[in-house]
Design a protein. Structure first.
Length: 393
């Protein structure tokens, strides 16, 4: 009888069992099961090679695709990779083309797939990066138009104490407002230094920093608790592009000079090192002529900001055209009784939502647009390139 689809494997086993019992000839057995003699002998061979597991269904897919890279080519690629474990697909292909220009070498993507198949690729864990700052950087046309800030890079004093110098400079005059060692580069300590500078010199229009903590974070729009505080004070929190320290170039040059004059070699204690920073700051700002300033000193050009630091930092106010929502503990606000995640950095703050059309709203903190809110999908999205900011008032 022919194979029954619902019990093919069981009938194969029964066929082999009868073959073992040697009750009938192969021709008779095959005729009874409705199969050919070659099929019968093939079943016996599979059973002898793999036991009952050898009688299970096998894939009908071809072992090699017609367009698959020839084995000899794959072996040469793998051999070269073993000689140079750090070479990538493009490098391997370029080398092989130079060694054997007449061979039909596969594309770099095919070589990459081969390396991945052979377990020779280490997949890097995707890193979360700080969202880019998309607005143009402010031009330093006058004092307090833009302040630049950064950490010089830590080092140890003679007694082993770690020193993290925070510098704050007025970009127009090069006046060094602060050069302060902090015990830890966290929000609380850095904010205290900025508050002292604000009380002494007033408020700038913008502060430019890199993308590291505590100036920025990987949260929505790169927000951090420190940058939120700046924004409440009406200060624009600018960030340079990752990998472009030249956008804060005056601080980079300052830090080289600072290291040469105060940290090579360092003082023995943290207190003595801070005194060295204070001496450097005075000479740099009050006595040293700067070629970029026409051989004038920074103090000759700098004057305090007319915007005084307020006695109380006011909460953001939003115009009547905006819907105001409170951000809760887990970073969400509520829209028509539905929870919408925004950012944990904004916990405890009020945000404003300005309608763009019947579906979309632009999300503001203070006067700064942060994102776009889809009220139908209840989803917060990045601002589109053509999503021009309007006044939130």
């Amino acid at each position: 009888m022919p194979w029954k689809v619902s019990g093919v494997v069981e009938q194969r086993k029964q066929f082999v069992s009868e073959y073992e019992a040697d009750e009938r000839s192969m021709t008779e057995r095959c005729r009874a099961y409705g199969i050919s003699r070659p099929t019968g002998y093939e079943l016996v061979r599979r059973w002898q090679a793999g036991g009952q597991a050898g009688l299970e269904d096998r894939s009908r897919a071809p072992r090699r695709h017609p367009n698959q890279t020839p084995v000899a080519i794959e072996e040469q690629v793998l051999r070269l990779r073993q000689e140079h474990p750090r070479w990538g697909p493009r490098t391997l292909r370029a080398k092989l083309e130079k060694q054997h220009p007449n061979e039909p070498w596969p594309a770099a993507s095919t070589i990459g797939a081969l390396l991945d198949r052979e377990g020779l690729t280490v997949h890097r864990r995707k890193r979360r990066r700080t969202p880019p700052y998309t607005q143009p950087l402010t031009a330093a046309t006058e004092p307090n138009r833009i302040w630049c800030t950064d950490f010089k890079g830590w080092f140890r004093t003679g007694d082993g104490t770690r020193i993290d110098p925070l510098t704050i400079m007025d970009a127009h005059s090069r006046y060094l407002l602060r050069c302060q060692a902090v015990e830890k580069a966290d929000t609380g300590r850095v904010q205290a230094i900025f508050e002292a500078a604000f009380r002494e010199y007033g408020l700038p229009q913008a502060i430019r920093s890199d993308n590291g903590a505590p100036f920025a974070s990987r949260a929505l729009a790169g927000l951090s608790r420190l940058s939120l505080w700046w924004m409440k004070l009406g200060i624009v929190a600018e960030r340079i592009e990752p990998g472009h320290p030249e956008q804060n170039g005056m601080l980079e040059r300052l830090h080289r000079t600072l290291a040469e004059e105060t940290a090579s070699p360092p003082e023995y204690t943290a207190r003595a090192q801070q005194r060295a920073f204070d001496r450097f700051r005075y000479v740099y700002g009050e006595e040293r002529p700067h070629q970029a300033l026409g051989m004038r000193t920074p103090s000759e050009l700098y004057q305090a900001s007319p915007r005084a630091y307020p006695a109380r930092v006011a909460e953001p106010e939003y115009g009547s055209a905006m819907k105001v929502r409170r951000v809760h503990k887990h970073g969400q606000f509520f829209w028509n009784y539905h929870s919408v995640f925004l950012s944990k950095v904004l916990y405890g703050e009020n945000i404003g939502l300005l309608p763009v059309d019947d579906r979309y709203y632009r999300v503001y903190f203070a006067a700064v647009p942060l994102a776009r809110f889809d009220s139908q999908e209840l989803r917060v999205e990045e601002l589109a390139d053509d999503d021009e900011a309007e006044s939130p008032s």
